[in-house]
Design a protein around this ligand. Structure first.
Ligand SMILES: *[C@@H]1O[C@H](CO)[C@@H](O)[C@H](O)[C@H]1NC(C)=O
Ligand SMILES: *[C@@H]1O[C@H](CO)[C@@H](O)[C@H](O)[C@H]1NC(C)=O
Ligand SMILES: *[C@@H]1O[C@H](CO)[C@@H](O)[C@H](O)[C@H]1NC(C)=O
Ligand SMILES: *[C@@H]1O[C@H](CO)[C@@H](O)[C@H](O)[C@H]1NC(C)=O
Ligand SMILES: *[C@@H]1O[C@H](CO)[C@@H](O)[C@H](O)[C@H]1NC(C)=O
Ligand SMILES: *[C@@H]1O[C@H](CO)[C@@H](O)[C@H](O)[C@H]1NC(C)=O
Length: 624
């Protein structure tokens, strides 16, 4: 699965592993091919390709054609079983799988890390850490001395020296609460970490966007540098930091002085133009500019996305990638207008709680999800039995997503979601009214339910949906809490505490200014999580879409067909995913798991920043 969900154009494994994976892939592919072939055999009319897809789906006898969601769920089970089969139980297994997949020795400190993982009953599957290597890999192309100079004058960082960790900031007033949470997490690993300085992104927005051509060179360079050297060559101690005084005067240009990267700011409505240079030249996003006109309804794609089957997301990683779907630049607040922007096109080592698929930050678990504050987690309550829950959809949150205003709000994703889940709004649309500036009912056959075709979609949505803002976050903010440009279309409703939201079966989760802080809590609940995002987080390699959550598209156009499936006759399928997500997240998304992820990441980071990095390695298991 992990190889199938890769984000960068490189394959992290050595040839023999990649051949093995290719064989596995071929096995799965031929299985899928047989299934598809049988499906075609059962549909003698399939050669009539000009017949709208929907007719085939709906006229086919249900005994011969399984619903696409059933097939996707089945594939997800296969992927998940394969993943579980790769668990490492011993240090030797873990180290050898590391060498096979990464083409290097594990970093020094790997033994203590593995012991801590065992101690915490963590499930160690090498693939779970792919993200670390995607994020750190490109830094192998830069000189470690240079990297240290790049972060030398930074203002917010966690410092580790002699087995102790603390937070350093020049601007106390800028401190975010999650900085403390990150520092506490790093302190839990002490005294097991080498010296390092870890620069933190304290903004909501993501920061680093290296142009595609340059990133490609870095990735190739990293691959070229991989080497599993003879154990006798290994250095097992990281180089200590010599803390000189920080550069206050810029007069010395010796090779110790700070290198400053250039930050672009004040172009909050042009983020797409900075983003698209990271898109591969053959993707549709690469050549299209930011939208000039924002005060009009968004433009939808006229065909289903290539990462879908029958309209449902098959490749979740691809579905998060704006390069593949340039319409997202007009359908997500991140690209319409963010609240702030400070971005660079230079590869720069900065740690962040989330990022867009082509951003180059180093991911750590977001501060908000480390928080035990029960607004975001529901505290100890994870909800009751499936059978006791309301057969409904609930969502509460604020109108975040970027800086929306009276002349740009149409495309903001949260506003679209509010309107699309509002039955009254849909009914007015169905009656020919002009009720919904933020969306249109899709005319793609894939996304049409029976209810849409017979004009009762609004009525149906009203019967199960309780979706509303608790605060508009209007710009400029209105004192009395209302929002003149949104008021005609939506209204605020009271907060619903997380633990009460768990009394509903269906919990959709959408992006805010960036990632959504509730995802982990939702996963640990007994309800079903429906997830849509353009952001990537630390856990992506350990969750399997359709096995642990239900993915939906960032246009939200598939939300009705998905809910139609689960609400109308597939309650058991919904319950199974809800139970699996709770069970699995209690195994691989615990606080211990986040700590272990960051610990391994920091060993990797300390090595790539170390002047002796080419010979730093854990080799104990190879010596007798
Ligand atoms: C983008 O433009 C470049 C030249 O400007 C061209 O070579 C490339 O094929 C274009 N890519 C796409 C996807 O249209
Ligand atoms: C899923 O999408 C990613 C990103 O576009 C791609 O690299 C990967 O090959 C895709 N996986 C499959 C199985 O198509
Ligand atoms: C909906 O479709 C109609 C007809 O194509 C178009 O005039 C209108 O602008 C669209 N509205 C939205 C919100 O896309
Ligand atoms: C539309 O279709 C749905 C689902 O088949 C059905 O429950 C509903 O009664 C129909 N409504 C109308 C107005 O025909
Ligand atoms: C809020 O204030 C605006 C003027 O700023 C006014 O037009 C609106 O009616 C007020 N709304 C409420 C609910 O009081
Ligand atoms: C639903 O839509 C109607 C009609 O546009 C609007 O009056 C109402 O406030 C909306 N409800 C919510 C919860 O936003």
């Amino acid at each position: 699965m992990m190889s199938a969900r890769r984000l960068f154009p490189f394959d992290g494994a050595l040839p023999n592993a990649s051949i093995r994976r290719r064989i596995r892939y071929l096995t799965v592919a031929s299985f899928v091919a047989v299934v598809v072939y049988l499906a075609v055999l059962n549909r003698p009319w399939a050669h009539l390709d000009n017949i709208p897809h929907i007719d085939i789906l709906h006229h086919a006898p249900s005994t011969t054609s399984k619903h696409a969601i059933d097939k996707l769920a089945l594939e997800a089970q296969v992927q998940f079983k394969q993943l579980l089969g790769k668990r490492s139980d011993t240090l030797e297994q873990a180290a050898s799988r590391y060498r096979e997949r990464r083409g290097r020795h594990p970093p020094p400190g790997f033994k203590a890390w593995f012991a801590a993982a065992k101690n915490a009953d963590a499930i160690v599957v090498e693939d779970f850490f792919d993200r670390i290597h995607h994020d750190i890999g490109p830094f192998w192309a830069l000189d470690p001395k240079r990297l240290r100079r790049m972060i030398k004058d930074e203002q917010h960082f966690i410092r580790v020296r002699d087995g102790k960790a603390w937070f350093v900031s020049d601007h106390l007033e800028l401190r975010q609460p999650w900085v403390q949470l990150w520092t506490e997490l790093v302190q839990e690993m002490m005294p097991n970490l080498p010296d390092l300085d870890m620069v933190l992104n304290v903004m909501d927005e993501t920061r680093v966007l290296v142009p595609w051509e340059e990133m490609n060179r870095y990735v190739a360079e990293e691959q070229r540098k991989r080497r599993v050297f003879h154990p006798s060559e290994a250095i097992t101690e990281y180089t200590k930091y010599q803390d000189e005084k920080r550069d206050d005067d810029d007069d010395d240009d010796d090779d110790e002085s700070a290198i400053k990267v250039k930050w672009v700011s004040g172009e909050e409505h042009k983020y797409w133009d900075h983003y698209r240079v990271t898109c591969p030249p053959d993707t549709p996003g690469h050549n299209v500019s930011s939208l000039e006109k924002l005060n009009s309804p968004p433009t939808y794609p006229t065909h289903p996305m290539p990462f879908t089957v029958d309209g449902f997301i098959q490749n979740f990683t691809a579905s998060t990638d704006p390069c593949l779907q340039p319409h997202i630049r007009g359908m997500h607040g991140t690209f319409i207008e963010s609240v702030s922007m400070a971005t660079t096109h230079s590869l720069f080592p900065i740690f962040s709680g989330c990022k867009l698929p082509r951003n180059n930050e180093i991911l750590i678990p977001a501060g908000m999800i480390l928080d035990s504050y029960d607004l975001f987690s529901g505290g100890e309550s994870h909800g009751g039995d499936w059978a006791s829950k309301r057969n409904e959809v609930v969502w509460r949150g604020v109108g975040s997503g970027g800086r929306h205003k009276d002349d740009n709000w149409w495309g903001f994703h949260r506003h679209r979601f509010m309107q699309m889940m509002n039955g009254t709004t849909i009914s007015r649309l169905e009656d020919g009214g002009d009720a919904a500036p933020s969306f249109n009912l899709s005319d793609l056959a894939e996304y049409q339910t029976e209810m849409q075709r017979n004009g009762s979609l609004g009525k149906w949505v009203s019967s199960f949906s309780d979706v509303a803002y608790v605060n508009f976050e209007c710009f400029p903010r209105q004192e009395n809490g209302s929002c003149w440009y949104l008021d005609p279309y939506m209204e605020l409703r009271g907060k619903i505490h997380m633990k009460d939201q768990y009394g509903y079966k269906f919990l959709p989760d959408i992006d805010g200014n960036s990632y959504s802080g509730r995802f982990r809590a939702f996963m640990r609940s007994t309800s079903l999580v429906l997830k849509s995002t353009i952001y990537t987080e630390w856990h992506e390699d350990r969750l399997v879409p359709w096995a642990h959550f239900v993915p939906f598209d960032n246009t939200y156009a598939d939300i009705y067909v998905i809910l139609d499936y689960y609400l109308n006759g597939h309650d058991d399928e919904a319950r199974k995913i809800a139970e699996a997500s709770q069970d699995w997240s209690e195994k691989v998304m615990r606080r211990e798991d986040m700590m272990l992820y960051v610990w391994r990441l920091l060993l990797e980071y300390a090595r790539v920043m170390d002047p002796s990095r080419d010979r730093l390695g854990f080799v104990d298991d190879l010596k007798d």
